[in-house]
Design a protein around this ligand. Sequence first.
Ligand code: BGC
Length: 423
Amino acid sequence: MKNFYWGTATSSFQIEGNIKNDFTEWETLGKFRNNGLNPLYENGSNHWLNWKKDFDLIKELNQNSYRFSIEWARIEPERNKYSQSALKQYSEMIDYLHQLNIEPFLTLHHFSHPKWFHELTPWHKKESIFSFCEFAKIIIDLFSDRVNYWISFNEPIVWALAAYGDAKFPPGIKDLKFMMDAIKNMMEAHVCIYDYIKKRNNKAKLGIAKHFIIFKEGRNWFLLDKKVTNRIDVFFNKMLLNAFRQNRLAHWFPTVLKYDSPIKLDNKIDFWGINYYYRIYAQFKFNFKNPIFLFPKEPATDMGWEIYPKGLKKIIKLVAATGKEIFITENGIATNDEGLRKMFIKKHLKVVNKAKSKYNIKGYFYWSLIDNYEWLKGKSKRFGLVRVDYENKFDRIIKPSGFYYAKLIKKYSNKKVVQPVNE
Ligand code: BGC
């Protein structure tokens, strides 16, 4: 057990390359391009071949932990057929992290799926629970003696919204009832995983990395803006936290959604992961199907997001009320301006450092270790502490912000009360 986990986060599909999953299938089918966007996956950041050197960088940059995900499509490319060579490589990767004294945080689901999954047992159907849990059990059997921190799902609501809300992710079905059923099935799969992990290693901890956004009403004088802001805030930020405590998954959004279903979660979660990036404004609009308009007031990053470190404090407070441990499982910025990235890191770490003394926060993971493929945007959005030179054999170059984060880790770990580094 480390005093505090300082690390970086990645996801398999975004960095590994050489993958045949639902996203690469959609790309070949031109489904992303039809949306007016043109992501080019092109082997992500070539991490599958370069993982050892990438892990050396984690060490070099003073981090004591690393959050990554396992690519389901690589392990089970066809239903019930498992790739031993892929499992072997992941096993070697975990061993090497331990060799470097880096604690692995393993995510089982980070948005992508084997191609067969949506055809045979998509998330809106009950059978999905079995399919995913069977895969998870294989991973748990192999790694539970070496992995103490597990994340079942990364951002289940973000994924379900993209897959069943605006249909930009596979399977691309616009149906909000399906969306809620999918979230429910994912949470039932989480419970299946929880029970299994505890049997295999009762010291292991399981959490969910949940995306949180600060929503603010666009016009504070307009009651309907307040109402829609509240509804989206409850849906996005609070619905799952409540479901774990109340054994009930429910949400109501006038003219759009009415869902209320019992679910036996029994608070089976050891920690909540906070993925936090920005604040956004919400306005009511006259449209029965979609009565909400979201926009940033001060876009500052290459994703067009506002930088709002104070929001992290609010989210920590909200999550702390669940009584569970907290990890900041993602926080980062897409930019080519290194001064801006350093400022982003400095301000957010200041919040974390202060909150640590009051709340049960156990770790912070910057998103991301290396530049990678950003889902609908491609490779132009650079979140990494390490630059990936896509044009030049995927070379790695540590950015000034990488060294800066390393310096802050040292400072924050060595003293009790620390002043931020001035730069
Ligand atoms: C996701 C990452 C993504 C990041 C930046 C998070 O929502 O978990 O996969 O790259 O945000 O958009």
